[in-house]
Design a protein around this ligand. Structure first.
Ligand code: ZN
Length: 131
């Protein structure tokens, strides 16, 4: 298996994070072996900043892939702490990936853990809730 920690760490240098200096990267592994990347992109108008998980998944869908094509999502945070997707990303992931897809999350020390969006966001809001 590819060394995702090294790939993610290198990818995180492409983050546009002049305000927080907090670099995050994501790689989505697809069934056909394709790897789709994303990094966080900040903005002077902070609220339009987008996280790496969302840039990555937006690209997955842009390329024509769908939920069933996603095998695994790798994340990296430029932190010594255990990283975790923010609340906005949890809701985004809840709708766009299967709830049992493993999320392998690394920090800058190379420590990692595996979790699912089903673990991170029980009782997530769905289109059925709009009925
Ligand atoms: Zn986020």
């Amino acid at each position: 298996m590819a060394n995702y920690f090294e790939k993610l760490k290198l990818l995180s240098t492409k983050a546009y994070a002049p305000y927080s200096k907090f670099h995050v990267s994501a790689i989505c592994l697809l069934k056909d072996g394709t790897e789709v990347s994303g990094v966080n992109i900040e903005n002077a108008a902070y609220s339009v900043t987008i996280c790496a998980e969302r840039t990555c998944l937006a690209q997955v869908y842009t390329l024509g892939y769908q939920k069933a094509d996603i095998v695994k999502l790798f994340l990296y945070t430029d932190s010594n702490q255990k990283g975790s997707p923010c609340g906005t990303c949890r809701q985004f992931l809840w709708e766009l990936i299967a709830h049992d897809v493993p999320l392998e999350i690394y920090n800058q020390k190379g420590e990692s853990y595996v979790v699912t969006i089903g673990d991170l966001l029980p009782y997530g809001f769905t289109k059925e809730d709009l009925q």
